[in-house]
Write a protein that binds this ligand. Structure first.
Ligand code: ZN
Length: 332
């Protein structure tokens, strides 16, 4: 087997109104918009990337937001919950913060030392915040609304719903090199690499559940990370050799991707860790302007004409004004 994945790279979901999406993920959840671009396969739609300061792999939740998109249905063959990692002792703060923002939350559930709080985003996407006593060393993004001491550290896990477990479990262990690390009732846990936050997939067996429908408020796909293109190519060959239908390697500008489905139907991706979001704009300016890949740049005018304008809070690019003033001061 080629190098196994060390964990999640990103989760991509379908949202509704893009401005409402930005406001929720920046102001309410305290993430940073690290890239404003378009869906490369459908350039009339935004592709918004949220993550930590520089959008490290494993911190990213991304959206294709469409105004008026019909709602999807959570169900089998789908990633039904996306969980973020927060510090131990922060769940109470989050419950109050979300309720003050008008977001209805679940009770706090505790299992195997994990504390979890669940809620829906404005389009109905199911999100959990999970605090684990083992901690999470990843640096958070710091905003006035969500201070660093409580802020999201990155993805914690995804939950996939299936009618029966065997084939999906086989894909995760034999196909992606994850380890089976435990079962609790109808939930099987698999972890990548060293395990812990950002490496976990829970497979929930729900034999009677309806088949999921991917549309507004649902996850489109779940991406796993590999260090580079050579590993990705080796992996692609391995999957193809096992009879899995895999796309060709696609240039996503900030990483390269291949896509395939696990046996229950959830779309998976393997994305490279090289590249990154500072390839086409400086760290301080991430997310501020619409970025297009070189092959779509000639169509910028038409693309901008159909996309609704987005307004970002200043804190998404907090040092830009100060930094520009400093540069101008230095050149005088
Ligand atoms: Zn993706």
């Amino acid at each position: 087997m080629p190098v196994a994945t060390s964990g999640l790279h990103h989760v991509t979901a379908i949202g509704g109104d893009p401005q409402r999406n930005v406001d929720f993920y920046l102001r309410t959840l305290g993430l940073r918009l690290v890239k404003t671009t378009v869906n490369f396969d459908d350039p009339g739609t935004y592709h918004l990337y949220y993550g930590d300061e520089c959008g490290r792999p494993g911190s990213l939740l991304t959206f294709f937001p469409w105004r008026g998109v019909p709602g999807g249905r959570r169900g089998a063959g789908q990633a039904t919950t996306t969980a973020f990692s927060v510090p131990e002792g922060s769940i109470g703060w989050w419950k109050q913060h979300l309720e003050e923002a008008g977001v209805e939350t679940s009770g706090v559930r505790t299992s195997d030392g994990e504390e979890a709080l669940s809620f829906r985003d404005p389009d109905g996407l199911a999100i959990s915040l999970v605090a684990h006593p083992q901690g999470d060393p990843r640096d958070p993004w710091d905003t006035p609304q969500v201070p660093a001491e409580h802020a999201i550290r990155g993805l914690y896990s995804v939950t996939l719903s299936v009618h029966s477990e065997d084939a999906t479990a086989g894909m995760f262990t034999d196909g992606l090199g994850l380890r089976f690390t435990g079962r609790r009732e109808n939930r099987l846990r698999f972890e990548a690499g060293d395990g812990g936050p950002g490496t976990i997939v829970d497979v929930e067996v729900n034999p009677g559940s309806p088949q999921g429908l991917v549309a507004g408020g649902t996850v489109h796909h779940v991406a796993w990370r590999v260090p580079d293109g050579a590993t990705q190519r080796a992996w692609r060959e391995e999957l193809v050799g096992k009879g899995v239908e895999v796309t060709s390697i696609l240039d996503r500008q900030y990483f390269r991707s291949i896509y395939f489905r696990e046996p229950a139907g959830t779309l998976l991706e393997i994305a490279t860790e090289d590249g990154g979001f500072t390839t086409d704009e400086p760290l301080l300016e991430l997310g501020k302007e619409l970025k297009l890949p070189p092959w779509l740049e000639p169509q910028r005018e038409q693309i901008e004409a159909v996309l609704p304008r987005l307004h970002l809070p200043d804190e998404n690019n907090p040092d830009v004004a100060a930094n520009v003033a400093e540069r101008e001061g230095a050149s005088e």
